[in-house]
Design a protein around this ligand. Structure first.
Ligand code: ZN
Length: 475
């Protein structure tokens, strides 16, 4: 039994790049994989399924390499325009990161986390993310770090039909915001280590379940909230069990100064020193990796460390841009030969939005359209993420790859007349244009509707939970 996707405009992977195939190209799926992409494929036989993709762009699903499903939806209305609080805030929004976000997280109970996860995963699927990297909670928030919450959230992702890398976060200390703008750090006694062990056990025990749709990831919370021993231990476990690692780093000038004052090193030097960097390492944000936030200021030794280790920087352009922050820049990282991918981090969980932001922000800071072409950004959002996860079988439409595809409507006022599909997808389309989503050969979104989730009921549950959370927030 095969599935034939016919008559669409196909973005196929050929000779190391995405290429647009205008006419006659058929994608053939068998089981959870693509077995052929081309014009000369054997015709469908009796019993094979045919999907007519007329008026559709057939593209690989997004590999969304950084997001949080359990708390993001409850930050709506709190975080977007929260005061910077500090005269040192600059573009990095100390107040939102160090005060508002912890305040909201503390108010979220375990049940509310699972309810939010259901809505977030559904929205991710609906808008074309087929692989999602979900970085779970820090331990002290909502349920005292009980790993069963992570297990339930993973089950929700699987029920939605997505492919998910699940990374429950751990750390050795937490931080907050003192009056006057100073950020304080407080070490946990035993709880941080206990949480670390639970997370490692979960990662080892749950990896590759659900026919491999569920994978796990080590997620030391933030570079400045883990101690060096925790980071070194993370590297040992990652190597022993072949698990990828993602850490938040380059989030704020405060973080950069903290690493400098505590360890006498830059952020990149510290990551190199603790052994964290590697082809399996993802840096979430990667925005303030130098004192001035300009990647042109990286020392040659830092560039070599990031480039030669094949570490990936995960850009999250929207969450910063909406508060006035910029990555400076995708073009510079590219010129330095440093691998890059893309993620949504916050809502809307719509990779089309982040592709557009990535391209636009880069063009603004560089005063140029060079270095962030639509095709470049599309590649970051698909194959770039797949490479970060060590998955050449994701983020691409080619024989041998997993059958993770998205059909985007191109028969609309917005899309007509048909022109360069990359420019349409990056500069014009949104998740609302997604018609069908297939993961591991199975349709999980049809006519723009997530098949596994009753949206009105899920939204009602979310609104109810949000009322409870809001009443619990202590500013
Ligand atoms: Zn994050």
């Amino acid at each position: 039994m095969k599935t034939y996707i016919e008559n669409g405009t196909v973005i196929a992977w050929q000779d190391g790049a995405h290429r647009v195939m205008e006419r006659g190209v058929v994608v053939v799926i068998e089981g959870d994989s693509i077995v052929a992409v081309g014009v000369d494929v054997p015709p469908p036989g009796d019993g094979d399924t045919r999907i007519d993709a007329s008026g559709r762009i057939v593209m690989p699903g997004f590999v969304n390499t950084h997001l949080h499903v359990t708390d993001t939806l409850y930050t709506k209305g709190y975080l977007e325009e929260a005061s910077n609080l500090s005269s040192q805030a600059r573009e990095t929004n100390y107040g939102a990161l160090y005060k508002t976000l912890p305040a909201v997280r503390h108010a979220i109970d375990p049940e509310a986390q699972v309810i939010a996860a259901e809505c977030a995963f559904a929205e991710l699927a609906r808008t074309g993310s087929t692989t999602v990297v979900e970085l779970g909670y820090d331990y002290e928030v909502g349920g005292d770090g009980d790993i069963s919450i992570t297990e339930r959230v993973a089950q929700v992702a699987m029920a939605t039909g997505l492919r998910c890398y699940s990374g429950p976060r751990y750390r050795a200390m937490h931080y907050g915001h003192a009056p006057g703008g100073k950020v304080w750090y407080e070490k946990y006694s035993d709880e941080g280590r206990r949480r670390f062990r639970d997370c490692v056990d979960y990662c080892i025990g749950w990896d590759s379940r659900y026919e491999g749709r569920l994978r796990t990831m080590l997620a030391p919370g933030q570079i400045d909230t883990c101690d060096p021993e925790m980071l070194r231990e993370t590297r040992r476990v990652a190597n022993a069990h072949k698990l990828p690692v993602q850490v938040h780093a380059g989030q704020s000038p405060n973080e950069y100064e903290r690493i400098q004052s505590e360890y006498g090193m830059s952020t990149v030097e510290y990551m190199l020193d603790t052994g964290l960097l590697g082809p399996d390492c993802l840096i979430g944000h990667g925005q303030i990796m130098t004192r001035d936030g300009d990647m042109a200021s990286l020392k040659p030794s830092e560039v070599a460390a990031l480039r030669d280790s094949r570490t990936t920087v995960v850009h999250l352009p929207w969450v910063k841009a909406r508060r006035g922050g910029v990555i400076n820049s995708i073009r510079k990282y590219r010129q330095l030969g440093i691998r890059q991918s893309l993620g949504t981090d916050t809502y809307p969980f719509d990779m089309f939005n982040d592709m557009r932001m990535a391209a636009t922000v880069c063009r603004i800071v560089e005063h140029s359209v060079d270095g962030a072409s639509s095709a470049d950004v599309f590649t970051m959002a698909t194959a770039g993420g797949a490479d970060a996860l060590g998955r050449p079988d994701l983020g691409r439409l080619a024989a041998g790859c997993k059958a993770d595809l998205v059909l985007v409507r191109a028969d609309t006022f917005k899309a007509a007349p048909s022109y360069d599909p990359f420019k349409f997808l990056v500069l014009c389309a949104t998740g609302d244009d997604v018609d069908r989503v297939i993961v591991a050969g199975r349709t999980i979104v049809e006519n723009g509707r997530v098949l596994a989730v009753d949206m009105p009921a899920a939204v009602a549950r979310l609104n109810e939970a949000a009322r409870r959370v809001r009443s619990n927030i202590v500013d």
